[in-house]
Write a new protein. Sequence first.
Length: 191
Amino acid sequence: MNYLFPLTAILIWAGNTVVTKMSAGAIHPAEIGFYRWLLAGLLFTPFLLPAVWRNRAAIRPHLAKVGLLGVLGMAMYQSLAYFAASITSATNMGIILSLMPLMSLALSIAWLGQRLSYGALLGAVVSFVGVLEVVSAGHPASLLDQGLNSGDLLMLVATLAYALYSFLLKKWQLRLPPLQLLYLQVLVAII
């Protein structure tokens, strides 16, 4: 039972990547991102706008941070992933996205002084080697000559944006109700 929630999260992320790839070409990437957040915003508004309005004094000092989080985690990550989907495979997108915890860990080590355990280091190396193996189609040395395709590069930047989002969320630990924080970020993404 302890593994049900992480497994569900992985399945949702994988499903999101597949749906993103399937929608590539059918709908312009900018429209997908905009309408996705618009729908979420419309659904959240009746339930969360009154609470956000009542809590506005506590929210106001955090608006710049909330804005940056909304740009990185909602707008930038999603938009770049949708653009990448029209150029690269869903497999490559998922594999590159698997680097996000590694990127978040690297940011935490660099800026928060978090210590790296041997297990985390081993996991990071295995993850990185696996990504290189898949993205290079089994020939990692070819990346030195050819580099990554533009879709893989877009996905790498998208993943870095989400890793930075996750890092900042952890670093700042905004004392706002989670659903209100999410709603505010969705509003930023819509704008």
